[in-house]
Design a protein. Structure first.
Length: 199
């Protein structure tokens, strides 16, 4: 009886871990999230709609997070707050050489010794009165990248950042393999606990 109770407790713990992994998956890719079927990035307290395109390979198909091909790509940042139209906004893409992954944040970026060394693309600060920032970049290498959007308050000089991870060329499965392994372990423990005879 004691063995069965122990196995059931272990099964419950494994299931709880699996649910926690699902929860982490909901925050995948850091600063990019889904709101009303739109990919949204938070630039401080301001929001912008973020979309990626690869017109040569995929036509008008939109990508919210990962970019499927190592090829020419277009990023469109559509301001959802009019106040962003008054700000100088820049956009940078760096290689994720430190493997920050989906948990990348501004503290990680600020701690880099030489951001220029890791930068593959940089659009200097620009004010867009139409509220749309468009960037073209031709990726040369598959792997993990981090997008960084910086906006500067026109009067106070305060700076706001959005930091988000994305994968180029291939799929980043993230926590999916771990989730599957935990589910398999939970099922095995469940079967084993039901086969142990009660004393």
């Amino acid at each position: 009886m004691q063995i069965r109770k122990s196995l059931l407790n272990i099964t419950r713990i494994v299931c709880a871990l699996a649910l926690a992994v699902i929860g982490l998956g909901a925050y995948a890719h850091g600063g990019v999230g889904m709101e009303d079927d739109m990919c949204v990035i938070n630039i401080g307290f301001l929001k912008a709609h973020f979309t990626g395109y690869q017109p040569k390979a995929y036509g008008a198909q939109e990508f919210c997070e990962d970019i499927p091909e190592v090829a020419s790509s277009i990023f469109v940042i559509d301001y959802l707050h009019d106040f962003l139209k008054e700000m100088q906004v820049d956009f940078r893409i760096i290689r994720d050489v430190n493997n920050f992954g989906i948990f990348a944040n501004w503290d990680d970026i600020a701690g880099l010794e030489d951001i220029e060394q890791d930068t593959v693309f940089y659009l200097p600060p620009v004010k867009r009165s139409d509220g749309v920032l468009t960037v073209n970049y031709n990726f040369q290498q598959a792997g993990g990248y981090i997008g960084i959007v910086t906006a500067v308050h026109p009067e106070k000089g305060k700076t706001y950042h959005a930091v988000f991870y994305f994968q180029v060329g291939g799929t980043d499965y993230g926590y999916l393999p771990l989730f599957i392994a935990l589910l398999v372990l939970a099922q095995v423990l469940y079967w084993f606990s039901n086969r142990v005879p009660v004393k």
